[in-house]
Design a protein around this ligand. Structure first.
Ligand code: URA
Ligand code: CA
Length: 434
């Protein structure tokens, strides 16, 4: 087989065979196929697209390019959730214990990552003593015992995707639905869960800026998952404004605890109930989304969700007392209010830029080497459509330095106040169960 023939075949709009896709991925991973040929094929795929069968084949070839996590020591249908990223997305912290409290096993592998705030692991490390260094055996035992565990990324997962994603980044081939869908799904499948729930964000603060593209991507991923034997569902959710009120690591842990107690922000709570319902259904613990939602509401109301959170924290070395006393979390030295300069309604909160404001305080990493300050961040007091009076606090800044002028300016530049109440964007744009 010759790579040039594969490139020409795709360039001319034909379907590649399973063997041709494997030949490409294996050769590219081991270095026998050079970057220039891989980027040429990526560009051909960008213009000619891939059939459902090709997409599934590409995904599985990437899965098989590296290690795959074996979760077979864990009882039941293991379900994972993936979000395509947003600002102040506290859902994983809530969903793990919430879904586990209904009896569904949640075996989660998480990362640290770059961005506005830390990844799930950084956030959890805001709890004193919490660690994610579990052996595979401890991990499995913990999920069997209390239904939830979080472990750090280990092993050589999807090396083909790592290489190809980096290449796409510099060759103008990132925004291709078959390439994005196979990239994301390969990582999820290699991580070993039986079922996958996807939260595809749409809007300003999201990877996919339009609803049409987000739906296409979600459908593509759901098809891939189901085609390769992993039950998959997706929702499209709004990321035009940050989710919930907290943006920052310790602040988000506190927000997660409040949500598990039933006192969380409305949007975060609703998103967790929607995603959680899908997780319960794909795990086979309920037949309808409505039935699943009732189970979730019940474990919030009767305290079981919070109990599971405490057990989870304790099992991983953390102090479970934070659940009753969030002041045990790292506290910032300074609190600065950002008052509204005029009365009106909140028109827009630019998610991306508000996230960057949190990062300027030290809540997230700009580069892999940056240190995160777990205590700092922002609390939003208003959301799009809320009425404000002049002088009302829009945001509280939690900082460990006195001079936050730059952050204040960024907040003012990215929260607009308008005279008439704007349309409030729907939080859940679409549910894709296909
Ligand atoms: N995120 C991924 O993991 N892969 C892509 O291709 C795009 C976004
Ligand atoms: Ca939040």
């Amino acid at each position: 087989m010759r790579m040039v023939d594969i490139i020409e075949k795709k360039r001319d709009g034909h379907e590649l065979t399973t063997e041709e896709i494997r030949f490409f991925i294996e050769g590219y991973t081991n270095g026998t196929i050079p970057d220039y040929q891989a980027s040429s094929l990526a560009m051909a795929i960008y213009f000619q697209d891939m059939s459902d069968r090709e997409r599934a084949d590409l995904t599985m070839a990437m899965v098989e390019s590296g290690d795959q996590i074996d979760l077979s020591a864990i009882d039941g249908v293991k379900v994972d959730k993936h979000s395509t990223g947003g600002v102040g997305d506290t859902t994983t912290l809530v969903l793990g214990p919430l879904v586990a409290a209904t009896g569904v096993p949640v075996a989660k592998m998480s990362g640290r990552g770059l961005g506005h705030t830390g990844g799930t692991i950084d956030k959890l490390e805001a709890i004193e003593g919490f660690h994610v260094e579990l052996t595979t055996k401890q991990f499995a035992k913990q999920v069997n015992d209390i239904k939830v565990a979080v472990i750090g990324q280990s092993g050589n997962l999807t090396p083909a995707d790592k290489k190809l994603y980096a290449l796409r980044d510099v060759t103008g081939t990132v925004s291709s639905i078959p390439l994005i869908a196979s990239s994301i799904m390969s990582k999820k499948i290699a991580a070993g869960s039986d079922a996958i729930v996807l939260d595809v964000k749409t809007g300003d603060g999201a990877f996919m800026k339009t609803k049409e593209d987000s739906i296409k991507l979600a459908k593509a991923m759901v098809k891939i998952g189901n085609a390769v034997g992993r039950k998959t569902m997706a929702i499209i959710s709004d990321m035009d404004q940050p989710l919930g009120a907290a943006i920052g690591n310790a602040l988000e842990v506190k927000e997660a605890i409040e949500t598990l107690q039933g006192n969380g922000p409305e949007d975060l709570t609703e998103l967790c109930l929607t995603l959680g319902s899908q997780m319960v259904v794909v795990a086979g613990h309920a037949t309808t989304l409505e039935e699943a939602r009732e189970q979730l509401k019940e474990v919030i109301a009767n305290g079981k969700a919070l109990d599971v959170f405490k057990q989870f924290v304790e099992a991983q070395g953390g102090n479970p007392a934070v659940a009753d006393d969030p002041s045990l979390l790292p506290q910032a030295k300074y609190k600065v209010e950002v008052p509204a300069k005029q009365a009106g309604f909140i028109g827009h909160i630019v998610a991306d830029e508000i996230g960057t404001a949190a990062m300027l305080l030290g809540a997230g990493r700009a580069t892999k080497e940056s240190e995160i300050d777990l205590a700092v961040g922002l609390m939003l007091h208003k959301k799009v459509g809320d009425a404000v009076e002049e002088g009302d606090s829009l945001v509280t800044i939690y900082a460990n330095r006195e001079d936050v002028q730059e952050v204040i300016e960024k907040i003012y530049a990215n929260i607009s106040i308008v005279d008439t109440k704007p349309a409030i964007p729907a939080l859940i744009e679409e549910v894709i169960t296909e």
